[in-house]
Design a protein around this ligand. Structure first.
Ligand code: NCD
Length: 315
């Protein structure tokens, strides 16, 4: 891409809906440099030494939280962690009061995860800091989609015309929305596949096509990304599909699929439910790049932290 006239002007990362294709390419190019740093014997670059960052996590997280924290520490930032479970949120303090109090401690960036869509947008109106969305309900999870696209680009350097299938609980996933939005901007084709009861209409308005047939989907795609059934977001009972066993039978990726369709690679944002979204052997096979996604997650988060802190691109 010719970036002569391009300037990265984003102040926050609330969702990929707000980022142009150029912005996405720019972040992914920066992430390449940090991915190389992570492979060094001493994987540190003290580029955020004078920055203070709060990780504001109102919802459970393992990978995303550790990944952000590691990215921040690799860059020498001062980091404070807030978990709703052990804080005054339990004593009835509102989100606005919590963030205002934290803000008076002079922070530069907030990484936010919350079960309600729109919380990161709300935070931009409460504090004078760069806000990064680490997942807001079933809305967006932009750093996950960025690391997914980074991982896809390691194999298919240009995603234009590449065929990406996203399989699973489409209705309750924030990963799917951010991925469709980002992948369409980079020119990929997207098919979503899953049970009818977990298939929202909005996916078509974002430019994805719908399939209810796993075999046809896997025969078509270059990349198959499986998503977890988001039990914690399924309200009103579990009558959306008969059982996890039947779900696996109908929509799970199996070793027999890998043999039958030798070209697609397997991704998953984690956490995996082995034996549900895919057979355990599939997750451990050489067609899966799931652990690479995790390593790339640190590099992509370093890139976004660095660029939103005002850094200009390093190579
Ligand atoms: C995803 C999430 O939390 O949205 N996981 C993640 O961030 N790695 C997907 C999930 O919870 O299934």
């Amino acid at each position: 891409m010719d970036q002569t006239d391009y300037k990265f002007k984003q102040k926050h990362l609330l969702g990929l809906a707000d980022y142009s294709a150029e912005d996405i390419h720019y972040v992914l190019e920066q992430a390449k440099t940090f991915r190389e740093v992570l492979d060094r014997p001493v994987p540190k670059v003290p580029t955020l030494r004078d920055k203070t960052i709060v990780n504001l996590f109102y919802e459970n997280s393992t990978r995303t939280r550790l990944s952000f924290e590691l990215a921040q520490k690799r860059m020498g930032a001062d980091v404070v962690n807030f978990s709703a479970g052990t804080s005054s949120a339990k004593k009835g303090e509102s989100l606005k009061d919590t963030i205002r109090n934290i803000s008076s401690m002079k922070i530069d960036m907030v990484v936010s995860r919350h079960e309600s869509p729109g919380v990161p947008h709300f935070l931009t109106r409460c504090v004078d800091a760069a806000i990064i969305n680490a997942g807001d309900g079933a809305h967006e999870h932009p750093t996950q989609a960025l690391l997914d696209m980074f991982t896809m680009k390691q194999i298919h350097s240009d995603l234009k015309g590449k065929k990406v299938a996203i399989i699973g609980d489409i209705s309750h996933s924030r990963v799917v929305r951010s991925n469709i939005v980002g992948l369409k901007k980079l020119g990929a084709e997207v098919v979503v596949c899953g049970p009818k009861s977990l298939m929202p209409v909005f996916v078509e308005t974002l430019g994805a096509s719908i399939s209810y047939n796993i075999d046809e989907t896997l025969a078509w795609c270059d990349i198959a990304m499986a998503l977890r059934i988001q039990m914690e977001r399924i309200t009103g009972g579990t009558d959306l599909f008969p059982s996890l066993r039947e779900y696996h039978e109908t929509f799970g990726i199996k070793m027999s699929h890998l043999e039958k369709y030798p070209d697609f690679m397997v991704m998953h944002p984690g956490p995996i439910n082995r034996g549900v979204e895919m057979e355990s052997l599939v997750a451990d096979s050489d067609r899966a790049v799931i652990l690479n996604q995790v390593t790339n997650g640190v590099a992509v988060r370093m890139a976004i932290l660095y660029l939103l802190s005002g850094g200009s691109r390093m190579s």
